[in-house]
Design a protein around this ligand. Structure first.
Ligand code: BGP
Length: 487
């Protein structure tokens, strides 16, 4: 029986380029869809999340965002200026003792418009330099090929993921990465949170909403194109880079029944199928699962396959699975299922769990459940690609940040990860989310900080940009140094 983390367990941290890099339009970069998410001063955080995370852009909003580019503040264009600070930040990751660094590559740095004849050399050089900086310290690289941000031109000119041509542009982009960065990257991840397309249609599938369209049909047709792109990229990686590992990822929504009534247990099972298993079944088994037929009928979804799609999916089985885990949720009762199915279900609060200031319910045991269920289902190695607590933190006058709440969150979740390993689950790595404070994805704010490293920037991008080690930095440093023994 395993008794915890083995010696080559990959302790690390994760960020995403569109939330961290900044360097907007520098180095030959084109405009990406994540550059267009703006903050209207009249909006509160929930409205920002609703407007540009949970729902697609309307055509009018999209045009407006393009028009107002120079007069409105767009947090993702500044990020935390990782683009210019990466040497300093990676030195801090090394000081932490990190074994692996997960970040995403910005498609519009490599192909500024997505359909360019040739790749942008400056973009490739940036990633070579940045990844080599990690290698200097012996860190492995866990590279997300697409973390939501596609070149805006692909949406404007081709309709983005609605158009099968985007599959070809994506696979060509991935091929260029394999050619140029294949000797530096250890773990590849084609898509961040595959199921984001369902619960965050702007982020996940970059969808522009036309009035008359059946949104569910559009979302799942886009997801099908992404499944094909994913499978083709997995097969290409196996062919071009036999020594590398390429995996799949979802946002894991561990879902409990509203009550022990059989109807509610059935509801929770279906929510797990529609929110979680649908996506990993295709990436790990290569076929659409039969239980989705009922779902597609219910929502008038008729996915258009092309000849050969079935074979492509079967040939694109991933080497590992990963997921982001922040909270668990309680399934809605069966009466409201039609409205929430497959969506982020936050309708019912779990009375046994504490809720964070951002409304996410902290459930370390839920992580252990998720790990067991995913490993039992597929038997594939698992990396926890994101886990962390987003909160407001206070920079004290003496430069310290006291974040016992974050230490408690990480400690309890790492303890349960260890229990899962003792349960027999092959967990090979943990890249804590937001290892350094970055712009939060949904609410687009610096008020929801995840890092063990504080960045002195506020929501308007103002501040010194200076980095500070929080109390949790020293805690995580000791956790890594003792390989999870001292928590
Ligand atoms: C996931 C994304 C990350 C990260 C995380 C936390 O969906 O993969 O980009 O942001 O959510 O969410 P938030 O930043 O909205 O708190």
């Amino acid at each position: 029986m395993k008794n915890g983390f083995d010696d080559n367990f990959l302790w690390g941290g994760a960020i995403a380029c569109s939330q961290a890099d900044g360097g907007f339009l520098e180095g030959g970069k084109g405009i990406s869809t994540q550059d267009l998410r703006y903050l209207d001063p009249a909006w509160n955080h929930e409205q920002v999340e609703e407007k540009h995370h949970n729902s697609p852009f309307s055509k009018a909003e999209f045009d407006q965002a393009l028009k107002d580019m120079d007069t409105t503040y767009y947090p993702n264009r500044r990020g935390i200026d990782f683009y210019h600070h990466y040497k300093e930040d990676i030195a801090l990751f090394h000081e932490l003792g990190m074994k692996i660094f997960r970040t995403s590559i910005c498609w519009s740095r490599i192909y500024p418009n997505g359909d360019d004849e040739m790749p942008n050399k400056e973009g490739i050089t940036y990633y070579k330099d940045m990844f080599q900086e990690c290698k200097k310290y012996g860190m492995k690289i866990f590279a997300t090929i697409l973390h939501y941000d596609i070149p805006v031109n692909l949406v404007l000119k081709y309709g983005g993921w609605k158009n099968r041509k985007t599959i070809d542009f994506y696979v060509r982009y991935a091929k260029t990465l394999f050619e140029e960065l294949g000797d530096l990257v250890d773990y590849w991840l084609p898509f961040n949170e595959f199921n984001a397309g369902r619960f965050a249609p702007w982020d996940g599938v970059c969808l522009i909403q036309d009035e008359e369209e059946n949104m569910n049909q559009s979302i799942f047709q886009c997801l099908h194109h992404q499944f094909i792109a994913n499978a083709k990229t997995v097969a290409l990686c196996h062919e071009m880079l036999p020594g590398s590992k390429i995996g799949g990822m979802i946002a894991r929504f561990e879902t409990y029944p509203a009550t022990c009534r059989p109807e509610d247990a059935l509801q929770a099972m279906q929510d797990q199928q529609y929110s979680n298993w649908f996506y990993t079944d295709i990436m790990a088994r290569g076929v659409y699962p039969a239980y989705m037929d009922r779902y597609f009928d219910m929502f008038d979804i008729d996915i258009q396959f092309e000849d050969g799609d079935d074979e492509i999916l079967k040939a694109g089985i991933v080497d590992f699975l990963s997921f982001s885990y922040y909270f668990s949720q309680v399934s809605t009762n069966s009466q409201t299922w039609e409205k929430t199915a497959g969506n982020l279900i936050m309708a019912n609060k779990n009375p046994y769990l504490e809720t964070s200031e951002w409304g996410w319910q902290k459930d370390p045991i839920g992580l252990r459940i998720s790990l067991n269920q995913m490993y039992d289902r597929y038997g594939l190695p698992i990396i926890i690609a994101e886990n962390g607590l987003g909160t407001g933190d206070v920079l004290e006058k003496d430069g310290k940040i006291h974040d016992p709440y974050r230490i408690d969150y990480l400690k309890t979740h790492i303890e349960q990860m260890k229990e899962a390993i003792i349960d027999g689950v092959e967990v090979i790595g943990y890249t804590m989310w937001g290892i350094i404070d970055i712009v939060s994805c949904g609410p687009l704010t610096m008020d929801k900080r995840y890092g063990v490293i504080y960045v002195d920037l506020d929501n308007g991008g103002k501040g010194s940009g200076k980095r500070y080690k929080k109390d949790s930095f020293y805690w995580y440093q000791k956790c890594i140094a003792t390989n999870g023994k001292e928590l």
